[in-house]
Design a protein around this ligand. Structure first.
Ligand code: FUB
Length: 464
């Protein structure tokens, strides 16, 4: 998505008009949706080693159907600054898959990461569940089996590992299925079992005799305080998120009501719930970006607290998102693709490894939220490349037009992946601030940036 800054802000205002819960006048306060430079859908969060990893689908720009070809991974240590890890899983990973990179979930077991996804089986033309495996939460992922794990034409796998080590795979639309996974996480015991879709278990749908309950798709299963939760997308095609609970992983399920009402311009929604750093978070998707809608969705997050009896409160979509869980340390290397809000930028794999921010034009910016400068920074370093004549990285506080605390010139380096490190003095960066990297220069693409880092201390030279 190569949104330009002005069109972006105009579109943002329009988009927020579509989200009735909260209307914020300033882009500076917007942290939902989580990602601005591509459309994302079907969130599946996973907490690992002090970070939350977010596995999503990827809606193509201008899409008019669920023509999805790859999945994306993001991660955050604070729920507001999200690092883009690119696309370590795509249809091409599964030699037997032809289309429909739809809603999946990744789980960890025994130091490995297993990502369960629905895709269309080229040979049968039916939807099947594949499983990919990696040694790291960000991949690279490879097809674990070279064939579907299970196939019955239904979608949206969710995997839950109980305290006793037994893992369960749930999936389904229009039915709801489970099967017990073996400890290898890539095979199962017994046959897929259909969970009875009773109105007591999954609520009452009116108007569709073929679907008497609210269950539609997108199951998300977990356990909290001995109670099993099955959160799901309810009632196509203006979906809301509902949930059921049970005393065991296979039921019997009791319908508990709405988690998130129908809101926004996407006719689907999709749940993901985790606890992180002592709080609970609900992930979902909507159509809140410019150009957004039912096939151009974006993932967002809200913090919530369970009621004392374990029920889930009603959660509404906001554009402010979750409060920041901690601060960001500017005195260690930060990836440029760690972003709270990006305007006009894109990302791509960097020749040096990881991702870089690119397609930067005059006036584009990155917001990094809650940067803990403490008693002050003296200098800034950035890893940059430019296949043109370069530009300037302005370091501003509070807003894209806020106080300038540093300016770093970037020369042409002879190529968009020809990297060099530039440094410049910094003055006035004190306390905890929202940092904006604002890019200026001539016309066309200016520069790429791979990472940045401040040095603590007192500046000898004021910014020019
Ligand atoms: O993203 C494609 C499909 O839309 C997912 O599999 C469903 O859950 C719905 O979100």
């Amino acid at each position: 998505m190569r949104a330009r800054a002005v069109a972006w802000i105009t579109g943002l205002v329009l988009a927020f008009a579509l989200v009735p819960a909260v209307v914020q006048p300033s882009t500076a306060r917007a942290d939902n949706p989580i990602v601005q430079h591509v459309y994302t859908a079907d969130p599946a969060p996973l907490v690992h080693d002090g970070r939350v990893y977010l596995y999503t689908g990827h809606d193509e720009d201008g899409s008019t159907y669920f023509t999805m070809k790859d999945w994306r991974v993001w991660s955050s240590a604070d729920m507001v600054n999200w690092t883009d890890h690119g696309s370590p899983l795509s249809l091409a990973t599964f030699s037997w898959a032809s289309a429909d990179a739809w809603a999946g979930q990744a789980v960890q077991r025994g130091g490995r990461f297993y990502w369960y996804v629905p895709v269309k089986n080229r040979a049968t033309g039916r939807m099947a569940i594949g499983v990919a495996v990696a040694d790291s939460p960000t991949g690279p992922f490879r097809d674990a089996l070279g064939r579907p794990l299970v196939e019955n034409g239904e979608i949206d796998p969710s995997v839950f590992i109980d305290d006793n080590g037994q893992a369960y795979l749930y999936w389904g639309n229009p039915n709801l299925w489970y099967v017990k996974l073996n400890a290898d996480m890539t095979s199962y015991s017994g046959s897929p079992t259909r969970i009875p879709l009773t109105t007591a278990g999954f609520g009452t749908r009116t108007g569709d005799p073929n679907r008497p309950t609210l269950y539609e798709e997108g199951p998300w299963v977990y356990k909290r305080n001995g109670l099993y939760y099955l959160v799901f997308a309810a009632k196509c095609c203006s979906e809301f998120i509902a949930y059921s609970t049970a005393p065991g992983p296979t039921g019997p399920w009791t319908y508990r009501g709405t988690v998130m009402p129908t809101q926004g311009s996407s006719f689907t929604n999709h749940p993901g719930i985790v606890d992180f750093k002592g709080n609970s978070y609900f992930f979902y998707h909507n159509g809140a970006l410019p150009g957004g809608g039912g096939y151009t969705r974006s993932v967002a997050v809200e913090r919530f607290s369970y009621n004392a009896d374990g029920t889930i409160p009603t959660i509404t979509m906001t554009n402010t998102g979750a409060p920041q869980a901690g601060t960001l340390n500017p005195y260690v290397r930060q990836e440029a693709e760690t972003i709270a809000w990006g305007s006009g930028i894109e990302t791509e794999p960097a020749a040096e490894g990881g991702m870089n921010v690119g397609w930067i034009e005059n006036g584009d910016h990155l917001k990094v939220k809650g940067v803990a400068f403490g008693s002050g920074a003296s200098s800034f370093a950035a890893r940059v490349a430019s296949g043109s004549s370069g530009g300037t990285v302005e370091l501003r506080l509070g807003s894209p037009n806020g106080t300038v605390v540093g300016r770093c010139g970037v020369p042409g380096t002879g190529g968009w992946q020809t990297w060099t490190t530039v440094t410049c003095p910094v003055s006035g960066a004190i306390g905890t601030q929202d940092l904006y990297l604002r890019f200026t220069g001539g016309s066309g693409y200016l520069l790429n940036i791979n990472w940045w880092q401040f040095t603590a201390g007192t500046a000898l030279t004021a910014p020019r």
